[in-house]
Design a protein around this ligand. Sequence first.
Ligand SMILES: [Zn+2]
Length: 307
Amino acid sequence: MKKTIITILLTLILLSGCSNIEAESDKPNVIVTLFPQYDMVRAIAKDKVNLELLLPAGVEPHSYEPTPNTIIRINESDLFVYTSDIMETWISNLFTELNDQGPIVVNSSNGVELITHLEEEHSDEEDHDEEYDPHFWLDPLNAKIMAENITAGLIEMDPENADFYQANANIYLSELDKLDQEFIDLFNRVKLNKIIYGGHFAFGYLSNRFNIEILSPYTGYSPDAEPSVSSLAELINVMQENQIKVIFYEELVDPKIARTISEQTGANIEVLHGAHNLSLEEMAQGLTYFDVMRSNIEKLKVALNYE
Ligand SMILES: [Zn+2]
């Protein structure tokens, strides 16, 4: 008799133990494509979800294509957040693969006014769609729209925790307001209005809003294209005329063009981080979107003679 009771008790303990583990793995799965969304879901949903960044740390995003296995994983997730139809050019293929039980899908650019990068020399060669600048997350005001879209997606997926998500989102949004003020202050007080950038064009939104010229030897958004000799020479000229001491390069790409220009001008090279993705090391350090953006601000202060 006693033995039976103990067995029942043990069974109950084991069962409740099991159900705890079940609940843990019962957390909704959220998959995001790029680092800004990763940072937002991490801050807003905290431990309420299992979060996965689709791009492995260290991978340059513009040439990324999901594998069939990845498509299956997205299909099995509860919430899928992507940047925009411009950034993830493979998204229309994904939509044809999604089934009825597929995830809630959030296009984080919903409501963002996408800008075009007017590059006259090559505007007739390419499809006009490709002229949209995909890097809208580098303007904190656009990041606020992203965070709001993501919060709406989380609440739709898991309405029971709506208050939790909204409270964390409010903190995140006010931090973005603070960051925005820091950019306003930066561009109000710099003496130079030219950023020399030896990478593909990523900072169009800030340059547009604050009337800062970004001079790059590259013409488009793709990091694969090679700049021409004449565009390099022109850039070196501008640097010498304006006594510009810093040339920036982009994250996750070999800065060979910036290095070449640095060798010819004596300018320092510094990374201006586009925050698409982090390196393995930065990921391990737990860097946030705010860390990346504030480090950009500090470097721009030096490069543009902030006072
Ligand atoms: Zn980019």
